[in-house]
Design a protein around this ligand. Sequence first.
Ligand SMILES: [Zn+2]
Ligand SMILES: [Zn+2]
Length: 128
Amino acid sequence: MTNIRCSSCGFAEDFRFGIGMRHSSLERCLGEFSYWERQELEAMMEEKEVADYHFCFQLTQCQTCLHLRSRPYIEFLFTDGSRAHSELRCTECRSENVRLIPEEWLDTARCPFCREKGLEKENIGMWD
Ligand SMILES: [Zn+2]
Ligand SMILES: [Zn+2]
């Protein structure tokens, strides 16, 4: 778990993201997605044959409402060399303008409450 906090307003929440989630099978990875997301992914997999895939939990932020969320993210590499990835639609406002926030870009993300840039992270996994 990673605790994300805002240095301006005191917003703080725990998120699960980054590498460290090792999934043994594609089946288990797909199980992390919601029903509708899984339908879309399965449609992609029916169209083309998956050669490889990369799955992890990613921190994402909606650029419309600034909703911050960690969510499952999968990228497929197909046997024909093309790639596709899971949709990132905001669960709050349904906007498709959602971007991934890599940890090193956290300081460029805005706080969902006060809208200031100044998010910080603290790894709390070592206290487990
Ligand atoms: Zn704030
Ligand atoms: Zn949104």
